[in-house]
Design a protein around this ligand. Structure first.
Ligand code: ACO
Ligand code: ZN
Length: 281
């Protein structure tokens, strides 16, 4: 299915049930035709299989033996866990996740070729299992230095800092790879807001510590944020001057403090010591 076709399609599934939540959907998602007449779809919150009737889900839950996403747990801190799922090894899970995610992503093309992606599933865990909060996908090999393809926080969990956590996590993976990264374009409005917020906070904190005596290249090496994204962020904060053909950072401490205050909450931190991961080969 091509992008422009998705644009013109009207929303098909109005509501989904996932774990203990009933969630209103936002956009069209290309479920197989036999699901398109269902007003509501019932998802198994662990394997993400979906069904048209509640009784089917109840029967499924009796025999589904998953209590967390498939794949490897690569991070655990308190009740938060992150699982890495290889789309090639868990094709059905990857496809189910894409169907689910598209319900909340407007402009993204759905990837049937889940083989080429890794999925990072963020969960809140309790004695009933690990409940998906959100995720991001990442190409195994990106020519364009993308370190994130799609990002989603499920609506019941939005505005609690999980988006920033997922973004921070994607940059921690890039640091471990020794590469800079950038999210795939286009970004949605909410995606841009979240990225701008993350970039602003991370860069301002370093600028403050170094009293502005640092280059864009050095900032990029420290953060794995691509130079272009650093430049556009600092430009939007009016911290860049163009002198003798060069971009120079002008970081007046008072201006930095004012921007830092406006940047709001830092959110949930990624504790790198709890990340056990080696880059995909
Ligand atoms: N209104 C205003 N600002 C918002 C809103 C909103 N509804 N949602 C997020 N923001 C901004 C705020 O600045 C917020 O920081 P603050 O709460 O400290 O002010 C910041 O974004 C991030 O907030 P988080 O709580 O960390 O992010 P959240 O968990 O809500 O997830 C996300 C953000 C992933 C973009 C979520 O809104 C979402 O899933 N949206 C639908 C899917 C989508 O658009 N994904 C991005 C597509 S682009 C891509 O995939 C590359
Ligand atoms: Zn299941």
């Amino acid at each position: 299915l091509r992008e422009h076709e998705e644009f013109t399609k009207v929303k098909n599934i109005a509501t989904i049930e996932l774990g203990r939540y009933e969630i209103e959907t936002w956009y069209f998602s290309p479920f197989p035709p036999e699901y398109n007449d269902a007003p509501k779809l019932f998802f198994c919150e662990f394997c993400l299989n979906f069904m048209k009737r509640k009784e089917q889900l109840q029967r499924h839950m009796k025999k589904c033996d998953l209590k967390h996403p498939p794949g490897d747990e690569i991070y655990r801190s308190g009740t938060l866990s992150m699982f890495e799922v290889d789309g090639k090894k868990n094709k059905v899970y990857g496809q189910n996740l894409c169907y689910l995610a598209k319900l909340f992503l407007d402009h993204k093309t759905l990837y049937y070729d889940v083989d080429l992606f890794l999925f990072y599933i963020l969960c809140e865990c309790d004695d009933r299992g690990c409940h998906m909060v959100g995720y991001f996908s990442k190409e195994k090999h990106s020519e364009e230095s993308y370190n994130l393809a799609c990002i989603l926080t499920l609506p019941p969990y939005q505005r609690k800092g999980y988006g920033k956590f997922l973004i921070a996590f994607s940059y921690e993976l890039s640091k471990k790879e020794g590469k800079v990264g950038t999210p795939e374009r286009p970004l949605s409005d909410l995606g841009l807001l979240s990225y701008r917020g993350y970039w602003t906070r991370v860069l301002l904190e370093i600028l403050k510590k170094h009293k502005g005596n640092i280059s864009i290249k050095e900032l990029s090496d420290m953060t794995a944020i691509k130079s272009e994204d650093i430049l556009s962020t600092l430009q939007s904060l009016e911290l860049i001057q163009y002198r003798k053909g060069q971009h120079v950072i002008c970081a007046d401490p008072k201006v930095l403090d004012r921007h830092l205050k406006a940047a709001g909450r830092g959110g949930l931190e990624v504790d790198v010591s709890k990340l056990i991961w080696t880059p995909y080969k």
